[in-house]
Design a binder for this molecule. Structure first.
Ligand code: PEP
Ligand code: MN
Length: 286
């Protein structure tokens, strides 16, 4: 019988991590640490503008924001749709940052392709194999989040669908899993992240926002992820978290995000690594 093992995602002995080019000169997987930041949901022009300006100023490399939101309740804010994508693309251009947003369904894919540099496949869609197959055909870089009930092997198999379909521009994102303990929103599996980094040649990033659900824990877990060897972060930042239409309790304020970005270079240096673009940032400041 033919093997069903996920083989295309595996790292051969001594093989380097795949470099994923996100646009505007940003590369994930080249050994430097990359930060994706922005609000959970794109809400309105002012909020998107303030979020983009704040994360860019602090040194983020990629701007995030959801236009189609997978909400637990059908009565919760579902996202701005195409209007949100327009605002995101506009701010990305203005600040020369690649932009990422979640594609929830195959039917949204051609629209998303007009606006985003990077496609996000959310935790709830990790097992949506028809979506994975269609996204593979686009050749666009993809962030594949781990399903909250998925084993590490299932996550790698989902990534295998993308590589097998012809797209190796794939970044894995650990965003916490559901465990017996429901005190926090999810349980951050940092050991799983480190195992996947060893086993797979794909870059792996960590989302300290959804994995904790608690603002005060986001920076500690972001730093822990950097120390544990992640290739980068995806972190939620909102100009006024108390008014956020989605995930306010886990959003960093711009000041908190600024402080995280100030702390990262020293922490990375201790493990022999660098923040992406850090030389350029310090050169401008000096
Ligand atoms: C998100 O990043 O906006 C999101 C919905 O995350 P997840 O799919 O990990 O729940
Ligand atoms: Mn969110």
């Amino acid at each position: 019988m033919a093997s069903h093992e996920a083989t295309k995602v595996l790292r051969a002995a001594g093989e380097a991590t795949i470099q994923v080019s996100l646009g505007s000169g940003v590369t994930l997987g080249d050994g430097r640490f990359t930060v994706i930041a922005g609000p959970c949901a794109l809400e309105n022009a002012d909020q998107v503008e303030k979020s983009a300006t704040a994360v860019k100023q602090a040194g983020a490399h990629v701007l995030r924001g959801g236009a189609f939101k997978p909400r637990t309740s059908p009565y919760a804010f579902q996202g701005l749709g195409e209007m949100g994508l327009k605002l995101l693309a506009e701010q990305g251009k203005r600040h020369r940052m690649p932009v990422i947003s979640e594609v929830m369904d195959v039917s949204q894919l051609s629209l998303m392709m007009d606006y985003v540099d990077v496609l996000q496949i959310g935790a709830r869609n990790m097992h949506n194999f028809s979506l994975l197959r269609e996204v593979a055909k686009t050749q666009r870089p993809v962030v594949l989040k781990r399903g909250f009930g998925a084993t590490l092997e299932e996550w790698l198999h989902a990534a295998e669908y993308l590589l097998d379909g012809g797209n190796d521009q794939v970044i894995l994102c650990e965003r916490g899993i559901r465990s017996f303990d429901t005190t926090l929103r999810n349980t951050l599996d940092l050991a799983g992240m480190a195992w996947v980094k060893e086993r797979s040649k794909l870059p792996v990033i960590v989302d300290p926002s959804h994995s904790t659900g608690v603002r005060s824990l986001v920076i500690p877990m972001a730093l822990a992820a950097a120390a544990a060897g992640a290739d980068g972060l995806m972190v939620e930042v909102h100009p006024t978290p108390e008014t956020a239409l989605c995930d306010g309790p886990q959003a960093l304020t711009p000041a908190m995000f600024g402080s995280l970005m100030q702390t990262l270079p020293g922490l990375l240096q201790a493990t022999g690594r660098k923040l992406s673009g850090y030389e350029a940032l310090t050169a401008v400041g000096s």
